[in-house]
Design a protein around this ligand. Sequence first.
Ligand SMILES: Nc1nc2c(c(=O)[nH]1)N[C@H]1C(S)=C(S)[C@@H](COP(=O)(O)OP(=O)(O)OC[C@H]3O[C@@H](n4cnc5c(=O)[nH]c(N)nc54)[C@H](O)[C@@H]3O)O[C@H]1N2
Ligand SMILES: Nc1nc2c(c(=O)[nH]1)N[C@H]1C(S)=C(S)[C@@H](COP(=O)(O)OP(=O)(O)OC[C@H]3O[C@@H](n4cnc5c(=O)[nH]c(N)nc54)[C@H](O)[C@@H]3O)O[C@H]1N2
Ligand code: SF4
Ligand SMILES: [Mo]
Length: 713
Amino acid sequence: MATTRTFCRICEAHCGLVVESEDDRVLRVRPDREHPVSQGYSCVKGLALGALNEDPDRVNQPLKRVGTDRWVEISWDQALEEIGAKVRALRRRHGDRCVAHYAGNPSFFSFQNVRFGAAFLEARGAPNHYASHSIDANPKFDVATQIYGSSLLQPVPDLERTELFVCLGSNPVVSQMSIVQVPNALARLQAIEARGGRVITIDPRRTETAAKVGEHLPIVPGTDVYLLLAMLHVLAFEDRVVDARALASVARGVPDFCEAARPWTPERCAALTGIDAATTRELARALYAAEGACLYMSTGVNMGPFGSLAFWLVQGLSLVTGQLDCEGGLVVPEGAFDAPKLAGLLGLGGEDPHRTLVGGWHRVAGAFPVGALADEIRVDHPERIRALFVSCGNPAHSVPGTELEDALEELELLVSIDLYRNETARRGHYVLPATDMLERSDFPVSWTSLQVVPHAQYTEAVLPPKAGRRPEWEIFTDLARACGAKTFGPAPLLGVLPRLNDLAGRLGRRVTPDDLLALLLRWGGQTTLRELRAKPEGVALRPTRGGTFLGRRVATSDGRVHLDAPRLLADVPRLEEHAHELGARADDRLTLIGRRQRTSHNSWMHNVERVPQGAANVALMHPADAAARGIEDGALVEVAGPREAIRVPVRVSDEVAPGVRAVPHGWGHAGSGLRRASRLGGGNVNRVMPDAQLEPVSGQSIMIAHRVSVRPA
Ligand SMILES: Nc1nc2c(c(=O)[nH]1)N[C@H]1C(S)=C(S)[C@@H](COP(=O)(O)OP(=O)(O)OC[C@H]3O[C@@H](n4cnc5c(=O)[nH]c(N)nc54)[C@H](O)[C@@H]3O)O[C@H]1N2
Ligand SMILES: Nc1nc2c(c(=O)[nH]1)N[C@H]1C(S)=C(S)[C@@H](COP(=O)(O)OP(=O)(O)OC[C@H]3O[C@@H](n4cnc5c(=O)[nH]c(N)nc54)[C@H](O)[C@@H]3O)O[C@H]1N2
Ligand code: SF4
Ligand SMILES: [Mo]
């Protein structure tokens, strides 16, 4: 029996795990008590990685669709040859741009996916890259690009040292938060209270987090931006504590920033947010007074109508109150190597010149908004998208509306690289079976500069790949060759990799992800791959200090924070229009919000036997709303949007405010290759949302605060 230290890569937390295995089988997975950060914490999903590895519904050989819904196993050689021939022919006829790629959420939890996936893209010489961050956190990446000069400069809350944690639109107990790495988030929040600090959750629902720790302020969905404006109004115009002159050496545009808040008094905003003026004033003053306070927002705000302005306000409020770049406030960890600098060298992470054919959308963190993808497939243009590679993703399911599902069926080639034949793959032509996280070595490349407790950990592959599954770095390298790699794509340094690997392959040894990792760690200068191999529990990195970011690592042209970024200021007038629309609203529809569940992860993990699932996507509604519609607890209800309706079971509870309805996403697997998940029922909540409503600054799909009608099914 072998015992291997590794870490989970399902969510940002990256909990340390110990796997006991024999040959290629997992006997047991347990939380790693000696892990320096997760210290014996993990959730049920991480402990089920063995069952994921052995799930009978996993794809184990390349699959090809024959006719409408018959799938046959083919060899890797045949798959690569056919896909390559098709792509070469399309590129010859229509140019490079007709081939696109979508990277789903798990891509960013895999070193080899991030590096070799990007190399594959660049080798195609086309800018048509899409990714799940435009249905998740695009405002954060786009605003960071505009004000800090790189999408990867993302301040994280210094939870170990803070006195005040204000949490907007996140449910840490269930999700472990986002764009920050903090395993066992609940324990960190409880520790804040234990040392005399405050935790305030601002959320339309009394969440699992709000129930367990701190104070809860219910807010009307989609209105956080007005709360933040009112807080700025108090500090800038009532208390007059914002000192633009003192900030001028580190930030530009503080007066323009404050000016945006002038019309938004706490009284005026209270009518929109439901949070009274006295509470708003107290919150603003507490943020200003604390010796280290964190204002944090996550998907509940990112996905709303003003994700970008809200994130701009979160950053700017932190800056003007002295809570940015200070211990206990928002800090910018350095990571094992300088990821923003690396992205800059590769031509990624900043503003880039590429635009979509329809709507002129720009790329954020290297990717166009996936909400624009349907139009790019359907537009009458010689360079429209005709072939799409999807890796680690399920856009047919995860994007609001129904247009994309239909558009995917019009593609001449759709290839999924996945563990399952999911709802996207089933609309395609080929499925290529990837290894899972136990079958690959790894390093958390995307999260190294987002850690609350800086550390570095490397894992070997715990198991050999089963059946015909292949590691993605090989798949991407082989696809690049099959499709005809160009040496110089938009990011020339990356585009070279597949070519280099071809050459190296002929000499008998390809460049592996571990070779690249070793180089990067050496460049970072804090640890080496050799050291990490010798210490599989991980090593501590330099602790994050305050005063290391402003005026030092800000990557804008003049090294200052650009609070006057023109694309943000241009969105300010929309605040008045939207407030007017909210005031004029009069119908009996409910406002939709999302809800994550501990036992699922977006649209996957539902299929894994070892993760117990109750009823599928149970919706929550307030007793008054239920009574008004004659709906009883446990009933099946119909939720209808502009085009489609779904049927889901309901739980009647006052944890949601009247007028609000919370429905988990990712459900409704009928017809896909996830057989267990299909049997669990439920419906895909994205089908009741409107198509292509994108937040105008960043192109983030709007998924919060849509209006739906609800009635007994
Ligand atoms: N209504 C609504 N919609 C949402 C959200 C919401 O809150 N509400 N949340 C949004 C968010 S935050 C996100 S991040 C997106 C996610 O959206 P997507 O990234 O498009 O989809 P996922 O559901 O995460 O699907 C991930 C796929 O990757 C596969 N996979 C897992 N591990 C691996 C691997 O190692 N290799 C390969 N090749 N494949 C793997 C899984 O089998 C699964 O099919 O969904 C968004 N959609
Ligand atoms: N168990 C589990 N963990 C996960 C995931 C999962 O699917 N399951 N997904 C992972 C992914 S991809 C991500 S991106 C992260 C996301 O992590 P989080 O951002 O923490 O996501 P949620 O848990 O959905 O919390 C969002 C909260 O926003 C609230 N909300 C909705 N509308 C509004 C609003 O208008 N204003 C405010 N203030 N709040 C609002 C919701 O009620 C909800 O409690 O979680 C990750 N972790
Ligand atoms: S919280 Fe669960 S899913 Fe997330 S990393 Fe830890 S074990 Fe994995
Ligand atoms: Mo996400």
